[in-house]
Design a protein around this ligand. Structure first.
Ligand SMILES: [Zn+2]
Length: 121
């Protein structure tokens, strides 16, 4: 029932230490930095689309979905400029209430991200 223990070596292994010169680069050294792939040119998507006053089909910059934009009319420089002549007739608030005097701002209906703006001025 006694087994011979001569074949089992419980001592420290005889493997090379990690700091030995032969073990610094166990595999092939890394290839030199590859040149940038020029076969696939990067075409930057324009951040602002040429949009009009009506909802348009566009790709959202944030969520990359193909969406029909939501248009909100917001005050712009044209709104303020038009308020001055209306102020002569004490109607300076009229341009702030009529969408025709405002900028059309297009948003993504999914993520509410800004897509584009149609400025009146
Ligand atoms: Zn989106």
């Amino acid at each position: 029932m006694l087994r011979a223990r001569s074949s089992v070596n419980c001592g420290p292994s005889r493997q090379a230490s990690p700091t030995s010169m032969s073990n610094l680069y166990p595999s092939a050294p890394p290839a030199p930095s590859a040149p940038p792939p020029e076969s696939v040119p990067f075409v930057a998507r324009p951040r602002l689309l040429a949009v009009g006053r009506d909802p348009v089909q566009a790709v959202c910059n944030a969520c990359q979905k193909d969406v029909i934009t939501e248009v909100q009319f917001e005050w712009g420089a044209f709104t303020v400029c038009m308020a001055l002549p209306f102020a002569l007739f004490c109607l300076c608030c009229v341009p702030f209430c009529i969408p025709a005097f405002k900028d059309a701002v297009h948003y993504c209906p999914h993520c509410k991200g800004f897509i584009g703006k149609d400025k009146r001025l």
